[in-house]
Design a protein around this ligand. Structure first.
Ligand code: CA
Length: 231
């Protein structure tokens, strides 16, 4: 199990990290909130141990940002020296799964850590790959590949490709695509969908894919794999 430890106190951090490693957790350690956010963006942790008193961002703010983004469902155990009930409630309100008040016993830390990770162990299965012709798309990594080549797609192009792939070659109605891909204002300020389709076609061609995005006149778009190879 991969744990991220966020603690600015050098000695405590080193001691906790050594203890976690000994207890069988793989533990990375950082000393401030921004590093914690970057670490969670970069690696798939199973849990975070988060000190609330940090030098840059307040721990509660770190918690909120994690919950709003990359750590939405990540088990988070808060460490706090703050004794007041208000602080603890604030931590739990901001999305902590549990908290420990310093000083604490290491065995207590292990127990809480195992408890919060058990609670979230039954995660939904990783979404399977979407495949069409020579295209592979991993919905969790938001990555499309043709053979060994990864397509360089913008977020919008990725979303369009995913919609078309989920259609599996069926025609996707343009109104529906517009609804799913664009905000109200964008739809009415021009040919946003056409532009995204054109760019996606260029990216597919550049990656050497044989899959085409076909315009179905008056209706919408669909994917076409000429030889229907390995679909
Ligand atoms: Ca601290």
């Amino acid at each position: 199990m991969q744990v991220l430890l966020v603690e600015d106190h050098d000695e405590l951090r080193d001691m906790l990290q050594a203890h976690l490693l000994q207890a069988g957790f793989a533990a990375d350690a950082v000393r401030c909130g921004l590093d914690a956010l970057a670490a969670v963006e970069a690696a798939p942790y199973d849990a975070v141990i988060l000190d609330l008193g940090l030098p840059d961002l307040d721990g509660v703010e770190v918690l909120r940002r994690l919950r709003a983004g990359p750590g939405a469902s990540l088990p988070i155990l808060v460490l706090t020296a703050r004794q007041s009930v208000g602080d603890r409630v604030q931590g739990l309100d901001a999305g902590a799964d549990d908290y420990l008040v310093k000083p604490f016993d290491m065995l207590e830390l292990d127990a809480r850590l195992r408890s919060i990770t058990r609670r979230t162990e039954r995660r939904p299965e990783a979404p399977r790959l979407l495949c069409f012709g020579d295209l592979r798309f991993d919905p969790s990594a938001r990555e499309a590949t043709v053979g060994e080549t990864t397509l360089a797609l913008t977020r919008r192009e990725t979303a369009l490709l995913e919609e078309l792939l989920r259609g599996g070659g069926r025609t996707m109605v343009r109104d529906v695509l517009e609804d799913r891909l664009y905000g109200f204002a964008e739809v009415f300020t021009g040919n946003a969908l056409e532009a995204t389709v054109s760019r996606l076609r260029r990216r597919l061609a550049a990656a050497g894919s044989a899959v085409a995005v076909e315009t179905v006149r008056g209706i919408g778009y669909r994917l076409l794999a000429p030889s229907r190879m390995a679909t």
